[in-house]
Design a protein around this ligand. Structure first.
Ligand code: GLU
Length: 392
């Protein structure tokens, strides 16, 4: 009954486990939840007020499919201030922005708009678990480049060149990365850009949703490193992580005009655009100075140190110290039982020690688990202590 396109899709493991944990909590169970990549901070007061004002003003009608003009303009302006080199010669225009239902829809639509059946989409593993599923919907073929903890979970420009073929159509970059927190620096991105210059049929989707969570100041936007690839790059961002507004579903793409027009057509026939109230909130949030984010970054840094210190008590867990985002990616292969993978391990720790983590299986890393430290200190401390004891 279900179409071939959809029948083999996996349910999103991140959303599924988070919902399971919330259901267990609603039953009164105590669970130490480190699953969802969802900041525990409230949204900015200015954004909340803007929504209330919008309700009062009856802003309840359809908005233009691509987003309200003020919001598209602000997004383009922010992008230009982030890419001063690019802005000097070829600044982003509001007409190149599409406001979408979270960064997720922007990625999904870009894949649908670019991929023909059989086209290859390249990305590194561990990867965000929705990429391969989105590629499946588009009848594309995922080409995965394995990476190693010992090499900071990054692939090199040479490794990329090795997998590119005439069928390669899209490279997905996600820096800072979900689930590993690795960051590609400017030099590494330039080396990747040099390879892409030799493969003009390949588009780039740069998923930059975690850009503000950069612990060592090494993060670089892809187009800042490779401005010459502007004509075939789509950059995705949003306010879910930086604005702590996951439920308000505010994301966007910035892309050359031809792709943007296709994305608008697609969005016009699927969601029509995002909620008018969320767009009002987004305008208010984007007017806030970037410095407003500094306290959050400091708090994430503190939480990262706490988690690393506690997990360090078990020599059997191999932890990657993330350079950005708010995830810890743990290799637990030394403590897996025979025939057990991370799915089984995640189920056991939920049952035995009430700690909820996401299995790495769907991230393309079957011996790993992901912990989100976008949660309170008490949860982080208890969950990590329990995990470290369990693994000892
Ligand atoms: N991106 C977040 C995560 O990985 C939210 C859930 C999702 O959309 O996958 O936890």
């Amino acid at each position: 009954m279900i179409s071939n396109r959809v029948k083999d899709l996996k349910e999103s493991a991140t959303l599924k486990i988070n919902a399971q944990v919330n259901a267990l909590k609603a039953e009164g169970k105590t669970i130490y939840n480190m699953t969802a990549g969802e900041p525990d901070f409230p949204p900015p007061a200015e954004a909340k007020r803007a929504v209330m004002d919008a309700v009062e003003k009856n802003l309840s009608k359809y908005t233009p499919t691509a987003g309200i003009p003020e919001l598209r303009k602000l997004i383009a302006e922010n992008a230009n201030s982030q890419h001063p080199e690019l802005a000097k010669t070829n600044p982003w225009k509001p007409s190149e922005v599409v406001v979408s239902n979270g960064g997720k829809q922007a990625i999904f639509d870009a894949i649908l708009a670019l991929i023909n059946p059989g086209d290859e989409v390249v990305f590194g593993a561990p990867y965000w678990l929705s990429y391969p599923e989105m590629v499946k919907v588009a009848d594309g073929k995922s080409v995965v480049i394995p990476t190693l903890l010992a090499r900071d979970y990054k692939f090199s420009a040479q490794e990329l060149e090795h997998v590119l073929t005439p069928r390669s159509k899209l490279l997905i970059l996600n820096s800072p990365s979900n689930p590993t927190g690795t960051i590609y620096d400017r030099t590494e991105l330039q080396a990747i850009g040099a390879v892409l210059a030799r493969h003009p049929q390949v588009w780039i989707l740069s998923d930059e949703i975690y850009d503000r969570i950069d612990f060592d100041g090494k993060w670089c936007s892809f187009l800042d490193a490779c401005p010459e690839l502007r004509d075939r790059t789509v950059t995705v961002n949003g306010l879910s992580k930086s604005g702590a507004m996951t439920g308000w579903r505010i994301g966007w793409s910035i892309a050359p005009q031809t792709l943007t027009s296709a994305l608008i057509s697609l969005q016009g026939h699927s969601t029509s655009g995002i909620s008018s109230l969320s767009q009002a909130a987004a305008v208010a949030a984007l007017k806030l100075p970037r410095e407003n984010f500094a306290p959050f970054l400091k708090e994430y840094l503190h939480r990262r140190s706490l988690a690393l210190e506690v997990l360090g008590k078990s020599a059997k867990i191999k932890v990657y110290e993330p350079a950005g985002a708010f995830y810890l990616f743990l290799d637990v292969r030394e403590v897996l039982r025979e025939k057990q993978n991370a799915d089984g391990f995640a189920e056991k720790v939920l049952q035995d020690i009430q700690v909820a983590v996401v299995s790495g299986v769907d991230f393309g890393a079957p011996t790993c688990i992901r912990l989100s430290f976008a949660t309170d200190e008490e949860t982080i401390r208890t969950a990590c202590e329990r995990l470290a004891d369990y693994c000892r």
